[in-house]
Design a binder for this molecule. Structure first.
Ligand code: GLU
Length: 293
């Protein structure tokens, strides 16, 4: 009998270098390494640095130092998203060409003002699962000619997914397979809850949602292990995978490490930063204990 080589499972840890790594990241990275080992799989590192204003080389260098200190190894080199904007632009172009994305011109403060007016008048503005207001319909409803005229003026704009049209195009319910610490099994995605999700920003040629699905596919990722704070975002990722014809990984959303008051750790949380803990004499083994592994 001929032995057919089995494709190895592929895991990835995908931090953004916009702050120092903390205990929450340690849990995610260690879990990725442990799960990759248990599955005899590979572990990749991806630096999610599309936000060129907030990401710095110092934070990026810190990621490598912290992971090494934790005893985690990954396949070199790491993929840096800032070196692959052309890949995300190509995906965006295919959505634009099919009429599934539109340019959006309202600034964050204009949207905020709109929400305030509506809520002052007693009408609750719909919000996405992260609590951000859904983007108003204005730009989606513009005619082709009006859009072209606005683009021609060189006005700053983002690109957004026309969610209703996207779901109509896909035409079937979207699901994903979940193995994490919350609900498990076949999850029904609810992408409409996100409204017209952002695909690229006026100051960044891609969005988190777009680059994450493109990269997971290009890197052959089979298992996405990340925090439960990204559970609902998976619905947007499923829509983009369906529209772009990309494979669907298995998702494992793990519990979050919280501070003493039960709040999710933030990047600025000094007392839980890995470099800080290392300087105070904690060992890599102590970190495992602290995150409950
Ligand atoms: N870059 C994201 C973060 O640091 C994680 C993205 C993901 O794992 O899908 O929160």
């Amino acid at each position: 009998m001929i032995a057919i080589p089995r494709q190895k499972p592929v895991f990835r840890f995908a931090p953004s270098p916009n702050g120092p790594l903390h205990l929450g990241h340690a849990l995610s990275a260690l879990l990725n390494r442990d799960m990759a080992d248990a599955a005899e799989g590979r572990l990749l590192l991806r630096i999610e640095d599309i936000d060129l204003t907030r990401c710095t080389p110092e934070f990026e260098a810190g990621i490598h130092v912290d992971l090494q200190w934790l005893g985690i190894n990954w396949e070199k080199p790491a993929r840096r998203q800032s070196e692959h904007f052309a890949d995300y632009q190509a995906a965006l172009k295919s959505l634009i060409d099919r009429g599934l994305a539109y340019p959006s011109f309202l600034t964050r403060s204009e949207v905020k003002a709109r929400v305030q007016v509506s809520e002052a008048a007693g009408t609750q503005w719909p919000r996405d699962p992260d609590g951000s207001p859904l983007y108003p319909a204005d730009d989606r409803e513009r005619s082709h000619d009006e859009r072209e005229a606005m683009l021609a003026t060189g006005r700053k704009h983002a690109w957004r997914l026309d969610m209703a049209r996207a779901l109509e195009t896909i035409g079937e319910p979207l699901v994903w397979s979940e193995t994490g610490d919350g609900e498990r099994g076949a999850m029904k995605a609810d992408p409409a809850a996100w409204g017209d999700a952002i695909l690229s920003r006026s100051d960044a040629p891609s969005s988190y949602h777009l680059s994450v699905v493109v990269d997971d596919a290009l890197q052959g990722v089979t298992h996405v292990v990340r925090g439960l704070d990204l559970f609902h975002a998976t619905a947007v990722h499923r829509v983009l995978q369906a529209l772009l014809g990309l494979p669907v990984p298995v998702y494992h959303h793990h519990r979050l490490v919280t501070d003493a008051d039960g709040r999710k750790l933030s990047k600025s949380a000094g007392d839980t930063g890995l470099a800080e803990l290392r300087a105070r004499g904690f060992s890599a083994g102590d970190i495992r204990d602290l995150v409950g592994l």
